[in-house]
Structure formats: structure tokens, C-alpha cells
Design a protein around this ligand. Sequence first.
Ligand code: PLP
Length: 360
Amino acid sequence: VFNFAAGPATLPENVIRRAQSELYLWRESGMGVMEMSHRSKDFMSIMEAAEENLCSLLEIPPGYSVLFLQGGASTQFAALPLNLCAPDDPADYIVTGSWGDTAFKEAQKYCRASAIWSGKSEKYTKIPSFGSLDQNPAAKYLHICANETIHGVEYKNYPIPTNRSGLLVADMSSNFCSKPVDVSQFGVIYAGAQKNVGPSGVTIVIVRDDLVGRAQGFTPVMLDYKIHAENMSLYNTPPCYGIYMCGLVFQDLLEQGGLAEVEKKNVKKAEILYDAIDGSKGYYKCPVEKSVRSLMNVPFTLEKSELEGEFIKEAAKENMVQLKGHRSVGGIRASIYNAMPLAGVQKLVAFMKDFQARHA
Ligand code: PLP
């Protein structure tokens, strides 16, 4: 089956096979990773290797901490303002889709968050021109969602924060490790693992060290970056098995040649899918402005919208599953994360052409 789900999503086959081969017995430990104490030497070595490999992949510069947490990116929507702001501090949000909007609304509870731009009236099909942004100089940070999973809008470069602290913060849940990123441009990057790098249950936070230790007084201990940074993500029981799986994925991405190579593959997959949509003479349509179309999540509609259900049903019969668009927008969405093979996209494109010919 080719699984086009938006997440949890398909994982590399060789990673799954490796995990399967180690399920009952990890090296000389006499046990599987799921059964290990999180404070054992064996698990510590798994976690350290995962972190090291992630640092190599993203070329994370010194002065940043990597945290492996729980609670999903949704928990970070609250953790961010709690760690970076006092209740009266302003923070700027650019809202390019549903996830950016959810992050913004959550932040409003813990600081004076403002949406300085929203693409809602244009159905979230655009990224603003950075020059036109009215940033608040007193804002503690500027928040973006680097890739809107539901709407398929992705930043190709990033705005320069003009706030006094110069802080840019990004939710990279759905394009994490899909291409190289200059981490030094960001104060905080956070991502749920379950799209590109592992199973759900692991949330990765990359935070600049000078931002750690400033949490509001009533911040729950589990949301305080300082607690997790000081305890190397072992303050409480971390999502051990998920971290192990992420570690295997990081190693696999390095073996593929790193993120520049991964990006090339992702560009190729996205190109053939968007070309098929644009070349269909309007039979299929992607509403997103071409320059900001996502390499990861490709939403499209059928000119004859009444055929969308049939499209999804027939595709599933041919072993291409989870193509239904998000319930809030409808249509079709093909999520083509790192682990989606080129063959999966080629098969989808062939199916789209055939479907069009049969239902013209
Ligand atoms: N941000 C983005 C861009 C997402 O795609 C998602 C989930 O799909 C979330 C945040 C929420 O993540 P979680 O379900 O891990 O809390």
C-alpha cells in the first residue's frame, strides 16, 4: 500500500525492518528497547546517538539544545509563550493556515499575541511578502508555521524578525528534516515527529540556550524548557521507543546523503505531482500560489467535485490510501513526506490521468 496520510505517516521500509529485527533483542542488552529503563546505559546511548545524528543532519550550531518531549506540537503552542514571554509581552504571529491559527489562539492565553497577517480571507493559499509585514518592535518573537499541513502552503525562505529580540520561531512539524534549514535563523524550532521522522509521541524542540530559563512562574514543570534542557530530556520518562525510532530515521537520512539529497528527492516527487495537476487542463486544481506550494502536502480538487468520493474510493482499491482532504477543506490531499517512494507518486499520477480519461 502507498500511504498518503498527513500523519502519522509512512516510514522508511528499511527503518521498520531494522526495528522489527531488534524488537525483542537490542544488541547485547538481553531485552527490547520498549523494556529498557530510560536511565540505563543502553537507552542513554540510543538517545545520545539520535541527538548526535539530528545535529549532523540539521548542522545545528553550538549554543542550541535539542529536547525530545511529549505532548505533540500542540503542547508547544502553549510552551512557547510560557517560556519566551511575560503575560503582558506582545508576540507576533503570521497565520498562513489552520495550524498557524491554532498556535496563535493558544498563545493568546499566555501573552499578548497578535496575528500580524492572516491568509484566511484568501483561503490560506499564500505567504505574505515579508516587506509588507507590520511587525511589533516590542514583540518577544515572530512565529511562523513553516509548512501548513492542511492547506499545503510552505515557506521557501523565512522572514527576518524586526522585533527587538530578533527572534523567529517556527512550527516545522510537517516539513522537519525534509530539506536543509539554517537553524541559526531561529530561536526555537519545534516539530511533532509523526510526519517525517518517526512515530507519534515524540516532539522535538530545538531551542537557543539563552532562551532557556525564562519561563513564567506558573509554567507547569513539564512545559519548562529549562527542566528538560538541564535533565537532557530525562526529567521524567521520555517516549523511549519513539526516540529510538527517530534515531533510526535520522541515521537513514544521513545514509541517504543528508538533507540536501533528501530535498532533491522531495522536489522531484512534488514536481511530477504538481505538473500532473497543472497539466490536466483544469480537471484537477491546486489552489495554492505556485511559488509557495508545499513539497510535503499537496491539496487539490476535482473540477467535478461530485467525483472526489469516487476518486478516493478507486485509488484505495489500487492500494493508494488516505487521500481524502482534511475535513475542514475537503477535496484531495496527497502527503508525500520523505518516506513516500517516487514510485508511489508515479502510481498516483498514472491513476489521476487514467481517472480523468475515464471520467472526462
Ligand atoms: N503543527 C502542524 C504543522 C501540524 O501538521 C500538526 C499536526 O498535524 C500540529 C501542529 C499538531 O501536532 P500534534 O498533533 O503533534 O500536537
